[in-house]
Design a protein around this ligand. Structure first.
Ligand code: HEM
Length: 397
């Protein structure tokens, strides 16, 4: 693992423990879970070989924000902005107060704040550089209902924290530092379950009620790094150790979904809703058996079940790390909830990750009838910065 999470106790007794970043990590003191005060005290290192916020456990609150460069802003201005952003992010993620602070988060600890920076394809002509191969535009998909004003963007920031004011503070601080160089193109806010809400760390549920994230690849799995992070031989040297984020705002047609009886909901996904077990049997962590049949000869996991169509086994091994936030933005004009998934997929190459799987899902996945892809963006997320440095320097200097 390139990144370790540094945990400090609220009482200032020094190091509580070093816990590997990843979906199931919890703060420990003397090998035991620490009480709720550790939520504020948890700090995720900003500096390191990789940016934080990719393999870091998804936090309770998330903001995804895209910026476009202001007219006339060039590579030098972009470099200066990434320097300002990186310095502020390093301070806030360590629980330090950034310069000219608005004091929104003054009483809170870092709350596992992460700030992750990415570059969109439209940035590259403006900074006189060639976009990397992985930033090829996504092909259109039949199920797309995309709003271009809420997609794309020159620059991207993903913010996550276990406290809402801490996340908002980071957003405001970074937005203020962009003044004159870049302005917000779109912003989306989402959430996950708060830490401590369940008896033990569990896989999250999405707003359809399904346990979502079970078969995500995990750091340490064979082939994890090669599938998720750009390799050491990649032609775009500045992207080595980075990753590509595909961002899709996917609205759930929750009223339609609610009308579907439980057994049919389970067939749409291919897993039990209560415990996430595959319909072929076992528990949440049992691998789905795609060849298993029921006594009547029909497949235990239906041919159009989401987990069958999306599985690496059905897509030539295509792998991505899904690290999404739920969203709820009130009601739409027709009275249905404007709610769903801020789907964020991480991979070394979107062509062999998201695109390959979405091509398969498009049309073949039963779930398609209950969701709408409403916006789309792809960002090149460069490797992390070491102390004193800023994210993206190799591209921007
Ligand atoms: C698995 C829900 C969109 C790719 C799952 C699972 C659920 C789920 C409940 C089973 C648990 C798990 O392994 O995580 C949803 C919902 C979506 C959505 C509600 C939209 C609102 C997508 C999209 C993609 C995708 C757009 C990629 C293009 C996958 C993959 C798996 C998966 C790769 C793991 C399959 C396996 O290996 O068994 N999803 N998903 N999902 N989903 Fe989705």
């Amino acid at each position: 693992l390139s990144r370790r999470r540094l945990l400090r106790t609220a009482g200032g007794t020094g190091l509580a423990g070093l816990v590997a970043g990843g979906a199931a990590s919890v703060p420990l003191r003397n090998g035991r879970p620490v009480p709720l005060t550790a939520i504020g005290a948890t700090a995720v290192l900003f500096h390191g070989a990789r940016q934080a916020g990719i393999t870091t456990r998804a936090q309770a609150v998330g903001h995804l924000v895209a910026f476009d460069l202001a007219a006339g802003a060039d590579r030098r201005a972009t470099a200066a902005l990434l320097r300002r952003w990186s310095d502020a992010a390093a301070a806030m993620t360590a629980g330090r107060t950034p310069d000219d602070d608005d004091q929104i988060a003054l009483d809170a600890g870092p709350c596992a704040l992460t700030v992750t920076f990415g570059f969109g394809r439209t940035l590259f002509p403006k900074i006189d550089r060639e976009p990397p191969a992985g930033l090829a535009p996504l092909p259109p998909f039949a199920a797309d209902a995309l709003d271009p004003r809420r997609g794309g963007g020159d620059l991207w920031i993903q913010i996550g924290a276990d406290d809402a004011p801490v996340a908002f503070h980071a957003l405001r601080t970074l937005q203020r530092r962009a003044a004159g160089t870049a302005r917000i193109r779109w912003q989306m806010s989402g959430f996950n379950r708060a830490r401590g809400a369940t008896d033990r760390p569990r896989t999250a549920r999405n707003l359809m009620g399904q346990i979502d994230g079970t078969r995500n690849p995990r750091p340490g799995d064979t082939g994890f790094d090669a599938a998720i992070f750009v390799g050491p031989d990649a032609p775009d040297t500045w992207m080595r150790g980075g990753s590509y984020a595909v961002v899709r705002r996917i609205r759930m047609l929750l009223d339609d979904w609610d009308r579907l009886p439980l057994d049919r909901q389970e067939k749409v996904i291919g897993r039990r809703k209560a415990n996430g077990a595959p319909l072929s049997g076992g528990t949440e962590t049992t691998a789905p058996d795609l060849v298993s049949v029921r006594p009547d000869g029909s497949p235990a996991i239906p041919a159009d079940a989401h987990v069958r169509v999306a599985a690496p086994e059905s897509n030539g091994g295509a792998t991505m790390l899904r690290r999404s936030f739920s969203y709820h933005d009130g009601l739409r004009p027709d009275g249905t909830p404007d709610a769903g998934l801020l789907f964020v997929a991480w991979q070394a190459d979107p062509t062999t990750g998201f695109v390959q799987v979405q091509r398969k899902l498009d049309g073949a996945d039963h779930l398609t009838r209950f969701i709408r892809h409403e916006s789309s963006a792809v960002f090149a997320v460069p490797p992390g910065a070491e102390p004193g440095d800023y994210v993206g320097r190799e591209l921007l200097e």
